[in-house]
Design a protein around this ligand. Sequence first.
Ligand code: PRP
Ligand code: URA
Ligand code: MG
Length: 207
Amino acid sequence: MDVLAVDHPLAKARLTVMRDARTDNATFRAALHELTDMLIYEAMRDAPVRRERIHTPVARTEGYWLANPPLLVPVLRAGLGMADHAHKLIPDAQMGFVGLARDEQTLKPVPYMESLPESLADRPVLVLDPMLATGGSMEHTIRLLIDRGATDVTAVCALAAPEGIERLDKSGLPVRLVTGSVDERLNESGFIVPGLGDAGDRQYGAV
Ligand SMILES: O=P(O)(O)OC[C@H]1O[C@H](OP(=O)(O)OP(=O)(O)O)[C@H](O)[C@@H]1O
Ligand SMILES: O=c1cc[nH]c(=O)[nH]1
Ligand SMILES: [Mg+2]
């Protein structure tokens, strides 16, 4: 699997704010918004463009548009914190939604919501979820997309654990990963170490 870790000082600084246990909910959300801009920017680097001749006030030149804007799919709750900023960078993207809550005993994703276009054939998809831990939630989401014909899926995450990356890799699913960091490991509770805690709770409060 193709993995891009966005190794950039500005991304590292936003991640430091998010990792710090003293950071309050509002400041955490703001740092995630800014990190999302950087991750999406990198995720879209090689997106095909459509060219168009345009006129500046001075001369004719070539203009560029995204040839095939992606579908954005935030995974609720935590992925909601990436949705609006991804959408600002790609205003002509459509958005679908997947709601999953990981059962903290079994570590399996429990689906509670799904709102996706029926066909995703020929449509790139960016899945937005700050955390790739065991990879169960991401694998579930990617399978929903593939069932609808998607063949070009990018997982965009703030943090990824090696265990989750290995799981996606072994699944053979057509996915690449863009992440702010590959962390050390999972702990015995399935949390990323050093990580940042529960990304949903850090943004919205504990449920
Ligand atoms: O890789 P996994 O082991 O599946 O864990 C990652 C999932 O856990 C978090 O969501 P959570 O289930 O806590 O839901 P929330 O966003 O509502 O907090 C996170 O946002 C991922 O969706
Ligand atoms: O560290 C983790 C693992 C799963 N989900 C989170 O929000 N954080
Ligand atoms: Mg959570």
